[in-house]
Design a protein around this ligand. Structure first.
Ligand SMILES: Nc1ncnc2c1ncn2[C@@H]1O[C@H](COP(=O)(O)OP(=O)(O)OP(=O)(O)O)[C@@H](O)[C@H]1O
Ligand SMILES: [Mg+2]
Length: 217
């Protein structure tokens, strides 16, 4: 059972500028999708539309399992997550930042503790769990954002430029996190990047956005 996503005929305009033009793409296979394209071409916009944060002007987003459409309700929103390029954190410990997503879903106790520990271990931040999240470096903050997403066990994880503002060491750690997610069949991953070498290192499916459309390359 794999959650798949089909975007069909998506159009989106901001202030008179047509950003997405009849953009269609299906994410129906497991593995890592890497989306590239020039600054301002609409990658982040497309990810927000795919994750139901924003509505397209026209076109459809469908989620499905084994060809059967899934309702776009709260339950679906638990199965997909978008991590933004600049992760915002709460003024509290790393642990509480990660546990928050479980708390609002009514998950506490031992289950929460174990899931948080596992997510922090996965992003190599377990040793920082009692530190205030505001004191993390930008690379660590990005990893915290990924841990917060992972603790929910999403089936499709969207990462918008996860390494844009982090150093080489953290870039390596984040790439390993993404590759380990694939190794462990944890989630389909969709990431955007401007780093061609990174795209080559990660991509099972390499996509480019051009003139408001996504093309496989
Ligand atoms: N909410 C918004 N209101 C107005 N304009 C917007 C909005 N969101 C995006 N845009 C504009 O739409 C265009 C596409 O932006 P988007 O962030 O999707 O591009 P991108 O491909 O992600 O770029 P980058 O590689 O720089 O991250 C840009 O010109 C941006 O200014
Ligand atoms: Mg962007």
């Amino acid at each position: 059972m794999t959650l798949g996503l089909s975007a069909s005929g998506i159009w989106k305009k901001y202030n008179g500028d047509q950003i997405l033009r009849d953009c269609s793409f299906s994410f129906n296979e497991q593995g890592i999708y890497v989306l590239t394209g020039a600054n301002g071409c609409g990658k982040s916009t497309f990810l927000r539309i795919c994750t139901l944060i924003e509505e397209p002007d026209s076109g459809e987003i469908h989620y499905s399992v084994d060809g059967r459409m899934v309702q776009k309700d709260l339950e679906l929103k638990r199965r997909i997550t978008l991590v933004l390029p600049k992760v915002g954190v709460f003024n509290t410990t790393v642990l509480k930042n990660v546990a928050y997503g479980l708390k609002i879903r009514g998950i506490g106790g031992t289950e929460a503790t174990e899931r948080v520990a596992k997510a922090l271990e996965f992003v190599e931040l377990r040793h920082k769990m009692d530190q205030n999240a505001l004191t993390l470096s930008s690379g660590e903050t990005q990893r915290l954002g990924i841990a917060r997403a992972l603790v929910i066990n999403p089936e499709i994880l969207f990462l918008d430029e996860p390494t844009a503002s982090v150093d080489q060491k953290n870039t390596g750690i984040i790439e390993d996190i993404i590759l380990n997610m694939k190794r462990d069949s944890m989630a389909t991953v969709v990431i955007t990047t401007h780093d061609r070498e990174q795209a080559a290192r990660l991509a099972d499916h390499l996509l480019v956005m051009n003139e408001g459309k996504i093309l496989p390359c």
